[in-house]
Design a binder for this molecule. Structure first.
Ligand code: DQA
Length: 145
């Protein structure tokens, strides 16, 4: 089972960026933990990690996932609240996708309450910090196997 893990803009800044909201861990810490968790869940899970600050690159990556990946975990970051293009890309490839947010977007500013991506996903996890990626993988694995 091949899972693509996409992180959007500014998530490469974790560890430095607003630690009171996002904690002190880095994106690499998240990826390493998820890699170990995937192994413990099922040794046949293969993960690929991708981070970009560019909307079009994320759209390209999702399009290129067609016939290559069984599932997608995505933290679209700020593009959650703005990107019809990423939502359309997920709908186009029709690959089961789970949306993740480190913070609980519904406890934050009003503009973060809307997600263009969530209606194209099988589920959403928000507010559980880096554990949210493991929760997303657990749910996606259950939906795919
Ligand atoms: C985020 C929430 C978004 O609103 C924000 O723009 C991010 C991170 C999160 O993981 O909590 O960059 O997606």
């Amino acid at each position: 089972m091949k899972i693509l893990v996409i992180n959007g803009p500014n998530l490469n800044m974790l560890g430095i960026r607003e630690p009171q909201i996002y904690g002190s861990y880095t994106l690499e810490d998240i990826e390493n933990e998820l890699f170990e968790y995937a192994k413990s869940l099922d040794g046949s899970i293969e993960l690929e990690f991708f981070q970009s600050n560019f909307e079009g690159e994320i759209v390209d990556k999702i399009q290129n996932a067609l016939n290559k990946f069984d599932g997608i975990i995505i933290n679209p970051a700020a593009y959650t609240h703005t990107s019809v293009a990423i939502a359309d890309a997920i709908a186009s490839v029709n690959i089961k996708t789970v949306e993740v947010h480190l913070s609980n977007i519904f406890l934050r500013e009003e503009f973060r309450h809307n997600s263009f991506i969530a209606p194209k996903c099988i589920g959403q996890v928000a507010g559980f910090s880096k554990d949210g990626y493991k929760m997303a993988l657990f749910g996606l694995y259950g939906a795919l196997k």
